[in-house]
Design a binder for this molecule. Structure first.
Ligand code: WTA
Length: 635
């Protein structure tokens, strides 16, 4: 029996049982057999969910880049590590071997050092999906700097907020980016953000679109000349197991996003282990995850998980619809992709188009199909299974979160029988629990409740940057002694899990987590807006879309409503980014509130979803009459 590489259902159950009975022994064996350490740990695990405090592999010393790069050089130096597919299909793909990756990461690390970056300093990375993005993460890790990647679709104020929260010293960006037929002026957004970011002392700029941009003397530096002058050897910094590897922001229920802090050793062991098993990666396979590295999926399954296994990982700069809707499948054929990992929203968008786009290409290289980010509905699951996998490639519906760092619940392909819309069984080492409203664990099968995890796992986020109190309140206070995920789930008759969706005020739109509070804050900035409430409603492609109820001030009444809608969405775009725009905006004279003044979002959600058959008791509201008015005007 191999702990590291599970083959077969029986073996899965054996390994799982062992991982629950002897979690420390289980993870210790995985860590010992498959990674290089400068010094082994003194203690595998120390934990306390009350504080909360979790430490894995305490006392161990390592550098994650030695595990992701150096150790592959002797035997696999010429193997492609990163296979870069550019936005424009006419441009050539770039194969970056492990040897080349090593040189580029080391040179980049030396450039960071020359800008005064050292161990523990924060570096913000705001780049499109080009090789420098992956390389900059690894360069930070090489010297022990903490990277904080901000998705390049975020606005200047969202970027500034994240830079300031973790006081980043250096920003890595590019002159611009390609997105399908469009180019985006990334540096322009950066310049705006940097008006209010005192911690940034220098900006490294990658040339991508060759546009004319502003370069501020003394602050902004083109990256290439610095790389040309840097040595491509850089000694890896010795890191403690628990030293932070990166910060990644995720939405929460207040305006300030949460900077989730991930550790070095635990994160490495857990992402590598899940990559190997969930995708059943074999030596010569080509793995492609379509996520952006700006999200956790890209961190764990484009960069760290694959590279820690010596894999070939595809990085795609473009979008699924350019130059046409066959682009994904063209890439699968061209690079003979073996494992393909994407989001339900992409599947739904592609399923709306002609089947020709899929059928035109040879997809016979595919072995495993993955899904992540939101529940995959039955229709999308079947379309993916029938037309992409030709009913031969198991679909792994992987449930996890920015906070969990690695996949938590997922089938093991060729072992776990799949079931549409079910993420199925927990990965070894993961102990889920369903909780009832009273806070008691629900035992047995055919039940549903709130999803918690009752035992630590190596890749769990350790804290929220600068705000441990919020970490405790958000994740460890709802249910005593357990990590609360914010999701609801059900367990079927055989113990398979199905994630039913968020039970808090986070809404997942096209696979992106959006908190309602920051969007409401943005809407309320409009001078004509008195108050607003935002809820989600079902959407064919995006999964959920946003519905805003807006109360206008007197000054706003009588103004052209469509203009107001445009202005409101413009403010949202400026504050957060276009992903948070509202699909529908209804102007109303009031919002249903409880007597204590809380907005009854449950009612607003039902109305927005056209599901008004059972609104529940509205008589206890402060203003029950408003419900009728809102229902009459619903869009
Ligand atoms: C949702 C993405 C159902 C869930 C890795 C979770 C899912 C949130 C699935 C985290 C899935 C993710 N089925 N729901 N397979 N995967 N989710 O932080 O609500 O961007 O809490 O991490 O996405 O989103 P995040």
């Amino acid at each position: 029996m191999s702990n590291y590489h599970i083959k077969g259902l029986e073996e899965y159950f054996n390994v799982y049982r062992k991982s629950v009975r002897y979690p420390e022994k289980f993870w210790e064996e995985v860590a010992e057999e498959h990674f290089v350490w400068r010094k082994k740990w003194d203690k595998v695990l120390d934990w306390n969910f009350e504080k909360p405090e979790v430490r894995w592999f305490e006392g161990a010393k390592l550098n994650i880049t030695e595990n992701c790069i150096d150790r592959h050089l002797l035997t696999n130096g010429e193997k492609t590590a990163i296979l870069f597919e550019p936005n424009n299909p006419e441009d050539e793909a770039e194969h970056i071997s492990y040897n080349q990756l090593s040189e580029r990461v080391n040179a980049f690390a030396n450039v960071l050092k020359s800008q005064g970056v050292g161990k523990g300093d924060r570096v913000c990375i705001y780049l499109p999906m080009i090789p420098e993005l992956a390389i900059s993460l690894l360069a930070c890790a090489r010297i022990g700097a903490i990277h904080s990647v901000v998705f390049a679709g975020f606005s200047s104020s969202a970027l500034a907020m994240r830079i300031n929260d973790s006081e980043c010293k250096v920003l890595v960006t590019s002159d611009g980016s390609y997105r399908g037929a469009k180019t985006i002026d990334l540096k322009g957004i950066v310049d705006e953000a940097l008006e209010n970011t005192p911690s940034i002392s220098s900006v490294l700029v990658v040339k991508r679109i060759e546009s004319q941009i502003n370069m501020e003397a003394g602050r902004d530096h083109w990256l290439q000349p610095l790389l040309d002058n840097a040595s491509n050897k850089c000694e890896a910094e010795t890191m403690d197991a628990e030293d932070p590897l990166f910060i990644l922001y995720t939405s929460g229920s207040t305006g300030m996003p949460k900077g989730m802090v991930h550790s070095t050793a635990g994160y490495m062991v857990n992402t590598a282990y899940t990559f190997k098993n969930v995708f059943q990666y074999r030596n010569d396979d080509v793995f492609w995850c379509t996520a952006d590295i700006g999200w956790i999926t890209g961190h764990s399954y484009i960069v760290y998980g694959p590279l820690a296994n010596g894999a070939t990982t595809v990085m795609f700069e473009g979008v699924p619809s350019y130059p046409d809707f066959g682009r994904f499948w063209e890439i699968v054929e061209k690079h003979k992709v073996n494992q393909f990992y994407t989001a339900p929203t992409a599947i739904r968008a592609l399923a709306k188009e002609k089947l020709d786009y899929v059928e035109k290409y040879d997809l016979s290289s595919l072995k495993v199909l993955g899904s992540v980010g939101e529940p995959i509905n039955e229709e999308a699951w079947h379309w993916y299974n029938d037309n992409v996998g030709k009913k031969k490639s198991p679909i792994v519906d992987t449930w996890w979160q920015t906070e969990t760092g690695a996949i938590m619940i997922s089938p093991i392909p060729f072992s776990t029988p799949t079931k549409p819309t079910y993420a199925t069984l927990p990965m070894p080492g993961i102990q889920p629990a369903l909780m009832d409203e009273e806070g008691k664990e629900i035992e047995g099968n055919q039940v549903d409740g709130r999803l918690c995890i009752k035992f630590p796992w190596p890749s769990m986020a350790r804290t929220i940057w600068g705000n441990h109190k919020r970490y405790k309140e958000t994740y460890f206070s709802a249910y005593e002694g357990k990590y609360f995920t914010g999701d609801g789930a059900l367990r079927d008759e055989v113990g398979y899990y199905r994630i039913t969706g968020r039970v808090d005020d986070v809404i997942i739109v096209s696979g992106h987590n959006l908190g309602t509070a920051p969007i409401e804050d943005a809407v309320n900035e409009h001078p004509a807006v008195a108050e607003s409430a935002i809820v989600g409603f079902p959407h064919d492609i995006k999964g959920n879309a946003l519905y805003g109820y807006v109360i206008l001030k007197e000054t706003g009444e009588g103004r052209d409503q469509n203009n107001l809608r445009k202005e409101i969405n413009q403010i949202i775009t400026e504050h957060i980014g276009p992903i948070a725009k509202l699909d529908k905006i209804q102007f109303t004279s009031g919002l249903p509130k409880t007597r204590s003044g809380k907005i009854m979002r449950r009612i607003l959600r039902k109305i927005a979803s056209n599901d008004t058959s059972n609104l529940g008791d509205t008589s206890t509201l402060l203003n029950p009459e408003i419900v009728e008015e809102i229902m009459k005007e619903v869009l």
